[in-house]
Design a protein around this ligand. Structure first.
Ligand code: TXA
Ligand code: MG
Length: 342
C-alpha cells in the first residue's frame, strides 16, 4: 500500500535533509549495494524501536549495523589479536561490500540492536549514497526495508509500495547492484560459520583466511539466532514453487490452475527458449531472471521479478533454481524460503 513517503534523488541537499532526519530520531530508507535498508541512528533507542514497528519485526530479531570503515567497526565490538588479524584480512578483501561480520559487542551497544544477544552483526556498505549519509550520522542500524517476511526491496519503488505509509523519506540510489542481502559470517564461534549465504561464498572466504569455515546449512532449524534462517522468509503473496529441469511435475500437482494462471521463470532466456514454452503460445507467462544465466545477474534481478509477478494476475509462480554450488547456494536459499510458506 503506497503512502506519503517522498522519494528523493540523492543530491547533496537531499542527503543533508535525510541525515538531519536521522539525527532527529526518524527512520528513513537508504540504498545499499545489496538491498535497500531501513535506517536509524544507533544511539537513539526510540528511533531503533521505530524500525521494529514499521517492519512489524519481532523484537527477538537483531539488527545489522552499518559503519564507514574498520576503525568505526572496532569501536563497537570486542576484537583482539588473531581475530582482529582475520577481520583485517577479510575487510581488505571484501569491504566495503556485501559481507556482514557477527562479533562480540561492546557493552555500550544498545541491547535493542542485538535483541539481547552478546554479539552484533556489522558491515561496511559500498553504496556511495549510503556512505555519504554515514559520514554525517555515524553508525546506522538498517535491516532490509521490507515488512517482516516479505521480499527484500531492490529499488526505491519497492520500498514505497510496502513501507510508503511508515516513513517520510526514501533516498533513491537506483537499482541495487548485488540484489541479494549480504553474506553473514559468524566470527564469534570456532570454527567460523556462515549464517546466511550471499554473493561472497565460503570458498572466497576460505581462500583469504587459509582456514576451513563451516558452510551454511539450509533451513537448519527454527532457531532465530539468524532469523534469515527461519524457514519461511522473503515470500511473495502468490504461491511459489521451484523446479530444476521441467515444470511438468509442479503443474501436475495443481490441476485447478489453467496455464494462464501460472508464471514460469527460467534462470536464463536460453533455458526459456529451450523449454519450447515460449514458442507454444505461452509467451505471456514465461519470464527469465537473466539473459545468459550468469548468477550475479540472476541475483540482481530476482527480487524485482518476484515483486513484479506478485502484482500480476498469476496464482502460481514456478521458478527455476541453479545448481547448489558457489553463489547458487544463496539463490536457492532465498527462493526456497520464499516458497516455504505455501
Ligand atoms: O545486505 C544486507 O545485509 C541488508 C542491507 C540493508 O545491509 N540488510 C539485511 O538486514 O539483510 P536484515 O535485518 O534483513 O537481515 C539481517 C539478518 C537477520 O536475519 C538477523 O536475524 C541477522 O542478520 N542478525 C543480526 N544480528 C545478528 C547476530 N548478532 N547474530 C546472528 N544473526 C544476526
Ligand atoms: Mg531482511
Amino acid at each position: 500500500m503506497a503512502g506519503d513517503a517522498k522519494i528523493l534523488e540523492p543530491t547533496e541537499a537531499a542527503i543533508n535533509l535525510v541525515a538531519d532526519a536521522l539525527l532527529r530520531g526518524e527512520i528513513v530508507a537508504l540504498p545499499t549495494e545489496t538491498v535497500y535498508g531501513l535506517a536509524a541512528i544507533i544511539s537513539n533507542e526510540d528511533a531503533l524501536q521505530k524500525i521494529f514497528a514499521a517492519k512489524r519485526r519481532p523484537s527477538w530479531d537483531p539488527l545489522i549495523v552499518h559503519v564507514l570503515n574498520l576503525s568505526a567497526l572496532r569501536d563497537l565490538v570486542e576484537v583482539e589479536g588473531n581475530l582482529f588479524h582475520k577481520l583485517r584480512l577479510l575487510s581488505e578483501a571484501f569491504c566495503p561490500g556485501p559481507l556482514t561480520f557477527v562479533l562480540k559487542k561492546k557493552k555500550n551497544v544498545a541491547n535493542v540492536i542485538s535483541a539481547g544477544k552478546k554479539t552484533i552483526a556489522i558491515r561496511i556498505p559500498a553504496h556511495s549514497v549510503f556512505r555519504e549519509v554515514l559520514k554525517k550520522t555515524g553508525p546506522l542500524a538498517a535491516p532490509s526495508a521490507n515488512p517482516f517476511g516479505y521480499i527484500s526491496p531492490t529499488c526505491a519503488a519497492h520500498v514505497y509500495q510496502s513501507l510508503g505509509n511508515e516513513i517520510s523519506y526514501i533516498l533513491d540510489g537506483g537499482p541495487c547492484e548485488v540484489g541479494l542481502e549480504s553474506t553473514i559470517l559468524d566470527l564469534s564461534v570456532q570454527p567460523l560459520m556462515i549464517l546466511r549465504p550471499g554473493v561472497i561464498t565460503v570458498a572466497m572466504i576460505e581462500n583469504i583466511l587459509g582456514e576451513k569455515i563451516k558452510p551454511y546449512h539450509p533451513l537448519v532449524s527454527a532457531d532465530p539466532s539468524a532469523p534469515g534462517m527461519l524457514k519461511q522468509h522473503y515470500s511473495p503473496r502468490t504461491r511459489l514453487r521451484l523446479f530444476r529441469k521441467s515444470i511438468k511435475e509442479i503443474i501436475d500437482n495443481f490441476p485447478e490452475y489453467s496455464m494462464e494462471d501460472i508464471a514460469i521463470v527460467y534462470l536464463s532466456s536460453k533455458e526459456a527458449h529451450a523449454s519450447g514454452e515460449v514458442e507454444h503460445g505461452l509467451k505471456e507467462n514465461v519470464f527469465w531472471f537473466s539473459e545468459e544465466g550468469d548468477l550475479h545477474e540472476v541475483a540482481r534481478n530476482m527480487f524485482a521479478i518476484l515483486q513484479q509477478l506478485d502484482g500480476m494476475q498469476f496464482h502460481l509462480i514456478c521458478c527455476q533454481i541453479p545448481e547448489a554450488e558457489h553463489m547458487g547456494i544463496a539463490v536457492i536459499d532465498r527462493l526456497s524460503r520464499a516458497a516455504a510458506k505455501f
